[in-house]
Write a protein that binds this ligand. Structure first.
Ligand SMILES: Cc1cc2nc3c(=O)[nH]c(=O)nc-3n(C[C@H](O)[C@H](O)[C@H](O)COP(=O)(O)OP(=O)(O)OC[C@H]3O[C@@H](n4cnc5c(N)ncnc54)[C@H](O)[C@@H]3O)c2cc1C
Length: 350
């Protein structure tokens, strides 16, 4: 068995494989192309401290306790994942880049990597989204003389000192960037495609379940998943309330074009800018699965539980409705249960 990715989703999957009696290296391998433990967290900006992440769930079987909320989450989570891999002896192989997964012989899949090819009866794909930042295209983008940065390369607020910054995107990252940058920048401007939705009141379990159900329904229909956060709305916490009161979170509709010096709207408005910061999200990093032709005409992969409908050997964990730390945990368990069933049926068939 092959697990691709050693973020929250891949480690949860590996943990459940181990608990079920599968031995690392003998029965399964975990492959990851990052240089060190930590999944995508290791690449997140230093000002995203552990105290600022909203609801990170621990991995199954080992709590994350006593972390200093002022330390960067990149460090806290990387250390926790490293300890977890050791505690459960998961023996993640890295850096190993999975380049393609193809049909093999005798009903097996071939996983082609930078370190050889594996043949497997089942696959847990847990490759997240960090490796596929989404950059929208707007007319004139290539003429812009300033700097364009994506959340994936966000360097922290100090880098924007004295600059005029346009932040694009109405999600959690966009608002966090704005609130951080505003005290340093000469000016910030916030543009979003749709008016942002702020969520009053507590985000309880029912609201969470309803949000996950919406994403789940898209994935069941074979549509590209939307992030769970995109359907939950932005929590009206103290920082956001302050940003609204200060005008930092005054939002403009999406501009119509980019010029050499900034952005412009059809109604004649314009804003000069030194930097455009694209907080426009990520897409599932699943290009290596392309040879299996799992995509539906709608552009997404149809998934029931965690299993790809078009190929029951392939499980997508951390995809769509399970793209949160708690969702990844549950999906890891569900995938392993399903794989055991598949292998048991195979054994009977033999
Ligand atoms: C800025 C930001 C803040 C967030 N904050 C929260 C939060 O507070 N709470 C929460 O629940 N969720 C949060 N999320 C979402 C959260 O990060 C994810 O739900 C979860 O951590 C993702 O885990 P994952 O294992 O699916 O992906 P990742 O952590 O991205 O792990 C995927 C792994 O796969 C590897 N990989 C990818 N492609 C390949 C390949 N081809 N070959 C080999 N290896 C590969 C990568 O190296 C990586 O280690 C946040 C997301 C972002 C972007």
């Amino acid at each position: 068995m092959v697990v691709i990715g050693a973020g929250q989703a891949g480690l949860a999957g590996a943990y459940h494989l181990r608990r079920t009696g599968f031995e690392p290296e003998r029965d399964f391998v975990v492959l990851d192309h990052a240089p060190a433990p930590g999944g995508a967290w290791q690449f997140r900006w230093p000002s995203l401290t552990y105290g600022k992440v909203h609801g990170m769930h621990a991995l199954p079987g080992m709590e994350l306790t006593g972390a200093d909320p002022d330390r960067p989450s990149s460090e806290v989570v990387a250390e926790y994942f490293a300890a977890y891999e050791q505690a459960f002896d998961l023996r993640v192989r890295r850096p190993v880049e999975v380049r393609a997964v193809r049909e093999g012989s005798a009903g097996r899949l071939l996983v082609e990597t930078s370190d050889g090819t594996w043949s497997t009866r089942a696959l847990i794909n847990a490759t997240g989204t960090w490796d596929r930042p989404f950059w929208p295209h707007y007319p004139g983008q290539e003429t812009f003389r300033g700097r364009q940065v994506h959340t994936a390369g966000y360097p922290g607020p100090e880098a924007f000192a004295g600059l005029r910054v346009v932040v694009v995107g109405g999600g959690a990252s966009g608002t966090q960037h704005l609130l951080e940058i505003a005290p340093y920048a000469a000016r910030t401007t916030w543009v979003t495609r749709r008016p942002p939705v702020f969520r009053e009141g507590p985000f309880d379990e029912d609201a969470g379940r309803a949000a996950v159900a919406l994403v789940e329904e898209r994935v069941r229909q074979g549509l590209p998943p939307r992030s769970v956060v995109s359907v939950t709305g932005l929590p009206l916490n103290d920082a956001i309330r302050q940003g609204l009161a200060d005008g930092v979170l005054d939002r403009l509709p999406m501009f119509d074009r980019i010029t050499a010096d900034g952005v412009e709207w059809d109604d004649g408005r314009r804003v000069d800018a030194d930097v455009i910061l694209w907080a426009t999200g990520f897409r599932a990093a699943i290009d290596h699965l392309a040879p299996l032709r799992l995509r539906e005409p709608g552009g997404g992969i149809r998934v029931e539980g965690t299993r790809a409908v078009a190929d029951p050997r392939v499980h997508l964990v951390g995809y769509g409705p399970s793209a949160s730390t708690i969702g990844a945990n549950r999906a890891g368990r569900m995938a392993v249960r399903d794989i055991r069933r598949l292998l048991a049926e195979d054994a009977v068939a033999v």
